[in-house]
Design a protein around this ligand. Sequence first.
Ligand SMILES: Cc1cc2nc3c(=O)[nH]c(=O)nc-3n(C[C@H](O)[C@H](O)[C@H](O)COP(=O)(O)O)c2cc1C
Length: 211
Amino acid sequence: MPNVLYVTANPKPESQSLSLRIGREFIENYKKNNPGDTLTELDLYRDSIPLLDADVFQGWGILQKGGDFNGLSPQQQAKIGRLTQIVDQFVAHDKYIFVTPMWNFGFPPMIKAYVDAIVIAGKTFIFTDNGSVGLLKNKKMLHIIASGGTFSEGPLMHLDFNDRYFRELVGFLGITDYDRLWVEGAAKYPEKTEEILAVVLEEARVKALTF
Ligand SMILES: Cc1cc2nc3c(=O)[nH]c(=O)nc-3n(C[C@H](O)[C@H](O)[C@H](O)COP(=O)(O)O)c2cc1C
């Protein structure tokens, strides 16, 4: 049975976030349709995601030279231990659902911290003589996005560094089955927010049947 990882990165309560409302609708329907799957929820604003800082780089340097993990400082052990857990957890899952608000054409910084934790040579990709190769095969990803403006089509498409970044990033790791749900344009038409949301909620219910 597939292991499903549901990753969110939004400090708002679920009821106040368009993307989290879509995410919850999707996941509740998915669970109904796939009762045997194992679902893990990871909230990047609640669960610890260490940044790649001096402790981490120094610790990794020691380990690369054959040093012993137990010889690292307590801070290095804590951070590197947690980073290893994060990438191993990612690899152990088959399906990924990421929920991100668009912030300044991209996404919240905790997503970048998470990306830096999971893009690890030898675990999620390898370098070869012919370039790098993603190691995550037969996996799929759904990305749920909310943005105030419209970026999936039209004159602002080139300013999207959220959806395009994710598609390229997970492709680099070997995940080519990438799909998205995007609730967008509510800032332009605030009076239509619930109407816009209702359309994407229905799309979420439909996608939850086949994901
Ligand atoms: C810090 C911040 C930056 C934002 N930057 C953008 C942006 O670049 N483009 C845009 O269309 N909307 C932007 N917005 C609006 C959000 O994308 C919009 O409110 C969306 O609904 C947020 O998702 P959420 O409702 O799931 O929190 C920004 C909002 C915040 C708080």
